[in-house]
Design a protein around this ligand. Structure first.
Ligand code: EPU
Length: 443
């Protein structure tokens, strides 16, 4: 059990350096086992999900050497098992990227089905449809996806919906298929491009990543490489929203501003000043924010992973805002928690209607998932003269800890305590408790 104490009510002013993109790194680490040669990966985010995936990769027999918190060497030549344990899938859904990687390299993979999670049911039918199209037999046996092929053969594949995971998983398997594959209606997210660039640096031939048609010419073998992961657009966007909600001034460094355009545009719409530099953005909020509407969409639309954080800024904006979630069916679980902090937010179906209030106050709240947790931290920081406690009944995803640690460096009154379940309340009127109550897989 960890507990977090936050004293908010001050504008966040400072500089922050953004780490590598978690969702790109998860796929890249899985893809790294597709060669027998050593792969050196840099700018790795030092977060829990990454550490769990590295354990899963080690467990199937690869050699994993953590050179530093942000660098790892992986050698896949010693892999002895194509079957991944449920223990890893349970902790991180993205272990399913080992399906595409193992199937591509060994033409055989066995990975437990991830099941639903706190943000929605999240089927993987499109991943499986893609593997079948490439010629694999795919069965669900005892809760696991068992995929096998004599040989994978390139195919023209149309995805029924835009899916980041399916695009990446199919791209990995097709990279080592015989002949050409075309993925239509492909996801265009920056991490899809990063995975394609990584595979290409290993000798794959993938063109069109970043558009909705990806063309892959299969190759027989991939080779070792050294690769640096792109910066995390969601971590960056979270700090941008924190600047907005606290009327702060944050220089967010080590970013690709193009990847942040949807967030930048929305923050400007509600009255923030956003200045772009080559590899940084500065967000200044020096007056009350104003209302807007936002709808989550696949990239380049507004990201679902930034929806809760932006909603917090809107709870403090003048007027009525509407937030529509079009990717996942269950991503407003944090709304009732914000209401407990004084926000005026009502959810109807996939829409949240927010009437802005002047300020938030402390309350005990519960964070159902990683991005909701980040949003509640922003709310705690924005809440007037409030101290907060964050309890976790499972290891809070390290990315959130990273955000909290960074904030504590800015002398915001924040304490992080581990191993205690019943800390004395500091002042009953000014306590926020965040309970992260979920123990399922994260992303
Ligand atoms: N979908 C299907 N069938 C499929 C695949 C997807 O119906 O076979 C649906 C999903 O249920 C969802 C939509 O398609 O409604 C889009 O899902 P997508 O496959 O794009 O999401 P994902 O690959 O499971 C990744 C990120 C999520 C992020 C989404 C959307 C990783 C490891 N996870 O999930 O990240 O929200 O893309 O951008 O890359 C997070 O980081 O907090 C997180 C949840």
């Amino acid at each position: 059990m960890e507990q977090y104490v936050i004293k908010g009510g001050n504008p966040l002013v400072g500089e922050v350096e953004i780490g590598g993109a978690k969702n790109a790194a998860l796929a890249i680490l899985a893809a790294a086992i597709m060669t027998d040669e050593m792969v050196y990966i840099e700018n790795l985010p030092d977060v829990r999900d990454i550490n769990v995936l590295l354990e899963a990769i080690k467990e199937i027999g690869a050699v994993v050497e953590r050179v530093s918190p942000t660098e790892v060497k992986i050698t896949g030549s010693t892999i002895s098992d194509i079957s991944v344990e449920y223990e890893y899938i349970k902790k991180i859904r993205a272990s399913y990227y080992l399906l595409g990687a193992l199937l591509g390299k060994y033409k055989s993979a066995e990975v437990p089905l991830p099941g639903g999670c706190n943000i929605g049911s999240r089927p993987i039918d499109q991943h499986l449809k893609g593997f079948r199209a490439l010629g694999a037999s795919v069965d669900i046996l005892h809760g696991a996806v068992v995929a096998k092929a004599e040989n994978l053969t390139g195919k023209h594949i149309f995805l029924d919906m835009v899916s980041v995971g399916a695009t990446i998983n199919i791209m990995m398997a097709a990279a080592m298929a015989t002949g050409n594959t075309i993925i239509e209606n492909a996801a265009r997210e920056p991490h899809v491009v990063d995975v394609a660039n990584f595979l290409n640096s290993m000798g794959a031939s993938i063109k069109g990543a970043g558009t909705d048609v990806i063309r892959i010419q299969g190759v027989e073998k991939l080779h070792g490489t050294t690769y640096s992961i792109i910066p995390d657009q969601i971590e960056a966007g979270t700090f941008m929203c924190a600047a907005a909600a606290t009327r702060g001034d944050i220089m967010v460094k080590n970013v690709i501003p193009k990847h942040l355009e949807a967030t930048t545009a929305k923050l400007e719409e509600i009255g923030c000043q956003v200045e772009e530099f080559d590899d940084a953005v500065r967000v200044v909020a020096n007056k009350r924010l104003t209302r807007t509407h936002v709808k989550t969409m696949p990239y380049p639309g507004y990201p679902t992973d930034m929806q809760p954080q932006f909603a917090v800024a809107l709870t403090l904006a003048e007027g009525t805002s509407i937030v529509t979630e079009s990717i996942f069916e269950n991503r407003f679980k944090y709304a009732d928690e914000l209401s407990r902090m004084g926000a005026n937010i009502k959810v109807e179906g996939n829409t949240a209607i927010i009437d802005g209030v002047e300020k938030l106050t402390g309350a005990r709240v519960s964070a159902p998932d990683l991005r909701a947790g980040a949003a509640l931290v922003i709310a705690g920081l924005a809440a007037g003269a409030v101290t907060g406690i964050l309890h976790t009944v499972f290891n809070i995803p390290a990315i959130l800890s990273g955000i909290l640690t960074q904030i504590s460096l800015w002398s915001i009154n924040l304490r992080i305590m581990s191993g205690k379940s019943n800390l004395p309340l500091l002042n009953s009127e000014t306590i926020i408790s965040f309970f992260v109550s979920r123990s399922g897989s994260s992303t």
